[in-house]
Design a protein around this ligand. Structure first.
Ligand SMILES: NC(=O)c1ccc[n+]([C@@H]2O[C@H](COP(=O)([O-])OP(=O)(O)OC[C@H]3O[C@@H](n4cnc5c(N)ncnc54)[C@H](OP(=O)(O)O)[C@@H]3O)[C@@H](O)[C@H]2O)c1
Length: 320
């Protein structure tokens, strides 16, 4: 065979393999997003515990899990919001006879050990099968690292990193004993992006939660415990209320995101549950990092500017 011919055959083979690989990946993606049946979550245990379940994603997940007949432990800092959420779920799913329990704890104020103790006492005697570490916070708007005031910084480190670590520590032994369970950490797509300037601390805390989930998944998978980190892009909650206008990305409704999120529980250790977010991620991933960094920085500067203007107007209004 001549050299030229050999080159053409090799290039064609490589091309064919690449096309096959892309096709297999695409078919797998379709299967995971739309066709794969969700796990029977009740098999993990009859109770699910969700932190930050009085608003946004956590609250919507509590409703979704209750609709599957799971009893729910709500974890929140505001007793009134906890009671209102309990009543709403009970009312909506009275026919499912779900039980609701609340644990009051401020994850930014209590120490790690206090959080673990409160959770342990709260779930004593319950067959907890699912833990969702959802509570999280971000900046009110984008800002440079030195502009983050120390209280906000402390609270964010506690709520986004310390709290899920200690809550997991409190819930895991029960799962280990019965050799089954599922833990979901709600991370963020920011942990997969090349960077998120002006949200540095938020992105860094979400990267922590991602590697935390990945490592303990390896430690406990052999004991029947499925641990994963879900990394959503934008979801319509109070956290993203002001961002929606400035960011040219898909904003999933709470209903769409939570349905997709529940379908993923127990599968991959890292997942982007909502299909449009996943497409969005593929586009970002395909672009050069330098371009993504430049665009992200430009968008975040815009968010910072409009946030500052809004803050100025509020301060002026308050002082008048
Ligand atoms: N929304 C998005 O686009 C998006 C995207 C990626 C990742 N995420 C992640 O998803 C999770 C939920 O976000 P979300 O958008 O649903 O936020 P959200 O609407 O602001 O709700 C946050 C929940 O966490 C609770 N929480 C906050 N600080 C707390 C504290 N110190 N102690 C106890 N509970 C506390 C809140 O309680 P209160 O009801 O008392 O305020 C609320 O229930 C977060 O981890 C966030 O980082 C969100």
């Amino acid at each position: 065979m001549e050299l030229q011919e050999a080159f053409i055959v090799t290039a064609s083979c490589l091309g064919f393999i690449s096309v096959c690989k892309a096709l297999v990946n695409f078919l797998r993606w379709v299967w995971v997003m739309f066709l794969r049946s969700p796990k029977n979550l009740k098999e993990y245990g009859s109770w699910a515990i969700i932190t930050g379940s009085t608003d946004g994603i956590g609250k919507a997940l509590a409703f979704e899990l209750a609709s599957k007949g799971l009893n729910i432990v709500l974890v929140g800092r505001n007793p009134l919001k906890l009671e209102a959420t309990s009543n709403e779920i009970r009312e909506k799913y009275s026919h499912k006879q779900v039980e609701i329990k609340s644990i009051v704890v401020d994850l930014s104020k209590a120490s790690g050990k206090e959080i673990a103790r409160t959770i342990k006492e709260g779930i004593k005697g319950l067959d907890v099968g699912i833990l969702i570490n959802n509570a999280g916070m971000s900046y009110p708007f984008a800002r440079f690292f030195h502009e983050v005031d120390s209280e906000l910084m402390e609270n964010m480190l506690k709520v986004n990193m310390e709290a899920p670590t200690w809550v997991t520590r409190a819930v895991l032994p029960g799962m280990l004993k019965k050799k089954k369970g599922a833990i979901v950490n709600i991370g963020s797509a920011s942990s997969k992006h090349p960077s998120l300037p002006l949200y540095t601390l938020y992105a860094a805390t979400k990267l922590y939660i991602k590697i935390f989930a990945r490592c303990i998944n390896l430690e406990y998978k052999q004991h029947g415990i499925d641990i994963q980190c879900q990394v959503p892009h934008f979801v319509a909650t109070k956290m993203t209320e002001d961002l929606k206008k400035s960011v040219p990305l898909v904003v999933a409704t709470l209903e769409r995101f939570t349905k997709a999120s529940i379908r993923c529980i127990g599968y991959e250790h890292l997942c982007n549950p909502y299909w449009l977010h996943s497409v969005e991620w593929s586009i970002v991933h395909a672009a050069p990092d330098a371009l993504v960094n430049a665009i992200t920085f430009w968008i975040c500067r815009g968010i910072r500017k409009s946030g500052q203007m809004k803050e100025c107007v509020t301060v002026k209004r308050c002082s008048n």
